[in-house]
Design a protein around this ligand. Structure first.
Ligand code: GRF
Length: 210
């Protein structure tokens, strides 16, 4: 992607703290990109409010009739909106729907997700609760390229969080989120610098050019 500014489109359903971490990293010069638009499937999601506060185009796009996936006309509207804003990379940030092949094919290897566990352990919902209940001593988060499975795509970056004796699900999740807010901007900056390349399942990261 050379020296041009990377255009990111964010899809989210919730509070949008990861979207905020991208906005902050851009403002602080740690991420050479712009958020071209934010799209939500939840009309009053805080992620939309955060985007608007920063002058970023923000859209609620009705996902009906589907409850758990992005497909059909809703999928078409999302793809058209991302394209209309010149999006190059799609960042799923707390997006509570399964994305299907049409979106993945519209942005090949350019749909990323952040997951609150060290994949491939604990895919799916409430991953930090799964990790705590399982009894792991190290938890964390994963940024990965999205493929057709659920949380199965090639891993771009991971950060670890030690599990403490007195951890509750909420405490552990809060510490994992701190690491998410570092991981997503770092991963995006690697994409922005054109340093990632897929080698089978491995995401190869080229050394920084100084
Ligand atoms: C994060 O924990 C992320 O890993 C998961 O959903 C949560 C979204 O949080 N995919 P936020 O909306 O970015 O605050």
């Amino acid at each position: 992607m050379g020296t041009a500014i990377l255009s990111i489109g964010v899809l989210g359903s919730g509070k949008g703290s990861n979207c905020q971490s991208l906005i902050d990293a851009i403002a602080e010069g740690r991420l050479r990109a712009r958020i071209a638009c934010v799209i939500s499937d939840v009309p009053d999601a805080l992620i939309l409010e955060r985007a608007r506060r920063h002058g970023i185009p923000a859209y609620y796009l009705d996902p009906a009739p589907f409850k758990t996936k992005l497909e059909g006309e809703a999928e078409t509207r999302v793809i058209e909106t991302l394209r209309a804003h010149g999006v190059q990379v799609v960042a799923l940030a707390g997006y509570m729907r399964i994305v299907k092949t049409r979106l993945l094919e519209a942005f090949p290897q350019r749909v990323l997700n952040i997951h609150p566990a060290l994949l491939p352990a604990f895919p799916g919902m409430d991953a930090w609760k799964q990790a705590l209940a399982y009894g792991v001593k190290v938890a964390g988060c994963t940024v990965h390229i999205v493929d057709a499975g659920t949380d199965t795509g090639p891993i771009l970056l991971q950060k670890t969080v030690p599990v403490r004796e007195d951890d509750t699900p909420d405490r552990l999740h809060a510490r994992i989120q701190e690491q998410e807010h570092r991981a997503y901007p770092e991963a995006m900056q690697l994409v922005a610098e054109g340093r990632i390349r897929l080698d089978g399942r491995r995401v190869r990261i080229a050394p920084a050019v100084l």
